[in-house]
Design a protein around this ligand. Sequence first.
Ligand SMILES: Nc1nc2c(ncn2[C@@H]2O[C@H](COP(=O)(O)OP(=O)(O)OP(=O)(O)O)[C@@H](O)[C@H]2O)c(=O)[nH]1
Ligand SMILES: [Zn+2]
Length: 317
Amino acid sequence: MSRPARAGKAKTAHATLQEALVVGSHGRHVVIETASGERLLAHPRGKKSAAVVGDRVRWAPAGDEAVIEALEPRRNLLMRQDEWRSKSFAANLDQLLVMLAGEPMFSESQLTRALIAAEDAGIRALLLLNKVDLPSAALARERLAPYRAMGLTVLETSLKGQPEAAQALLGPVLAGHTTLVLGPSGMGKSTLINLMLPQAQAQVGEISQALNAGRHTTTTTTWYWLGDAVEGQARGALIDSPGFQEFGLMHITPQRLPELMPDLRAQLGHCRFYNCTHRHEPGCGVREAVDRGEISPTRYRLYEALWDELEAGQRPG
Ligand SMILES: Nc1nc2c(ncn2[C@@H]2O[C@H](COP(=O)(O)OP(=O)(O)OP(=O)(O)O)[C@@H](O)[C@H]2O)c(=O)[nH]1
Ligand SMILES: [Zn+2]
């Protein structure tokens, strides 16, 4: 695809370039929102690491489009799992909202992976149990007991049956923060986005328009402003990534897993061997805690499975 020629040769100092926010992405091409609120298709310069939604960038105009000259330092970064590898996909988040339901029953493996990714990135996670109007919510609640016990907040909604109550509950939780919504299929993510963002379609439209100018049709990750800007107040935002299922964990070594799982972490320091993997060793404090019922057997099995997966991923070749 042809790119507009660069205006001049002189290298502009980054500080003099305008800052913008990345609000949409399609592979290496992104949509930025400039300080004046304009949305432009932006291309990375050269092969430098690509910008992701939530990034603040320094940009220069290039015809009707923009060239990203530099990324501002990131507060944090989340990766998504591709078929083959982990890829960065959202930066500078305040919190992760994980949507769950009893019908279809949420996957504990997916939940655990999300929590590990958030913990590793230093991002707080909130759980949202939706569809509490259905009888299956009782079982979902039971399965969430170990997560409450490790200190996680579990909010409950019936987005479809009681939208006003859900709005009242979620409004203050989302206001002023940048929240990535993880909604596995069927948990009610579309219902949530439509409820909290009546103007969502218009925002998607603007991003598609900017992308279409570059002949891209779909956006993979989208930033939505929550409400209008009010002077002196941080503006909240939701980040939605359609089809997004799994976080990338391949950059985490298996030895770090216990530190990233609060229920296991609470039991560290009681093993006979200082370098205990908590898998086969005698005198393991973590496995004793499983036997005593202080760590849920499911969580422990997920730990074992993740260990194998991460170890296999790190073997050379
Ligand atoms: N009973 C009940 N159903 C709900 C609730 N919230 C959403 N649903 C229904 O659950 C189904 C899935 O909701 P969506 O919002 O489309 O879910 P999604 O997570 O976006 O699903 P995908 O479109 O598959 O990605 C729809 O039929 C909704 O009407 C709820 O609180 N209670
Ligand atoms: Zn151990």
